[in-house]
Design a protein around this ligand. Structure first.
Ligand code: AMP
Length: 326
């Protein structure tokens, strides 16, 4: 039942019907009655609806309707919520203004002493290169294991582009105005790991250049001396390109030491001396071997014993990489 109908006492209904009957010669006309009643109701509906439930003595006479309820007294303890609305509105407005302002902000211009943009790289959700289009093979091994020599052979026979992390770092160290020159120099001399951001970015730049200048049409890269630390491995595969596998040249320390000291007679390298060599060995065992172990667990390591003469080691390399479809 409609609340208005429910609110009108039965007595009032009766009165309405009688008045309708006296006002019409055709009192039996239900249509007229109902239209009249509707008219009366609409007038009644405009009056405040009395609160019958509040009265213990019910009145069914329309003339004795109780007076309208007085306006509700304000409870001083009642929670006022309009101040909250104001705070929320102001807060939302401020946030929108700030967000719009940020959208319009210019990005940092490249720094003079960081033209390679090594510092200002935002993090990226997907790698720059897809492993479906670009082949990356990491080449690892202790210092003096013969990585460079084997890479030179692979470049000749398979058309790889050889990128040596050590060579790229030395070039950056010698580049006039490089912000990282001193840092790289110190790391190399002490056989320490250069911070990942620098190395990863130098490699990505070199890969992009090789692909763009057309010197590497089949997009195959040997990345030598990398990753030397777990953070580099994860970062490179996340932002640059997932590697196909790791070529690991395994050689005993005495043999590597002998080779490095021999090379040191002519290389002119700041780290081919016995103090630096010892530090490099320690870094390799402590920091780089965990990377090899990580990839080994994933079944992505091709291990080659590198004690024999270079040509023998190369034959072994060829046989092993065949298994990976190279
Ligand atoms: P290499 O030419 O491979 O013998 O490397 C020489 C030195 O360069 C190393 O001892 C490190 O100081 C530095 N270096 C080479 N590769 C990396 C790398 N992947 N990450 C950090 N530092 C590196």
């Amino acid at each position: 039942m409609h609340p208005i109908v429910a609110a009108v006492p039965r007595q009032a209904w009766r009165q309405l019907a009688q008045r309708a009957a006296s006002s019409s010669s055709t009192a039996s006309s239900a249509a007229r009655l109902s239209s009249f009643a509707r008219q009366q109701f609409s007038t009644a509906a405009k009056r405040p609806i009395p609160s019958f439930r509040a009265n213990s003595t019910r009145s069914y006479s329309s003339s004795s309707l109780p007076p309208p309820t007085p306006p509700r007294k304000k409870n001083p303890n009642e929670l006022k919520f309009w101040p909250f609305l104001v705070v929320i509105a102001l807060g939302s407005g401020g946030y929108i203004l700030l967000a719009n302002k940020r959208n319009g902000m210019p990005t940092l211009p490249p720094k003079k002493d960081d033209p390679a943009g090594l510092l200002a790289q935002p993090s990226k959700p997907t790698p720059t290169f897809s492993p479906d289009e670009v082949t990356v093979i990491f080449v690892l091994g202790g210092p003096g294991a013969g990585k460079g020599t084997q890479c030179a052979n692979l470049v000749k026979d398979y058309g790889f582009t050889h990128l040596s992390a050590g060579d790229l770092l030395r070039a950056e160290q010698d580049r006039p105005g490089s912000q990282f020159g001193e840092l790289i120099k110190d790391c190399i001399k002490n056989g320490a790991i250069v911070p990942m951001e620098v190395t990863v970015q130098l490699l990505e730049n070199a890969m992009t250049e090789a692909i763009n200048n057309g010197t590497n049409p089949n997009k195959k890269f040997l990345i030598d001396g990398f990753p030397r630390k777990m953070d580099q491995a994860l970062k490179f595969e996340e932002v640059v390109c997932p590697a196909k596998f790791v070529l690991f040249y395994d050689c005993p320390e005495e043999e590597m030491e002998r080779r490095l000291l021999e090379r040191g007679k002519t290389s002119g390298r700041s780290d081919d001396n016995i103090q630096s060599i010892k530090k490099r060995f320690r870094t390799f065992i402590e920091t780089s071997m965990p990377v090899v172990d990580h990839y080994e667990k994933e079944g992505r390591v091709v291990k080659i014993t590198a004690t024999a003469a270079p040509q023998k080691v190369y034959e072994a390399t060829r046989n092993e990489i065949k298994k990976f479809g190279i």
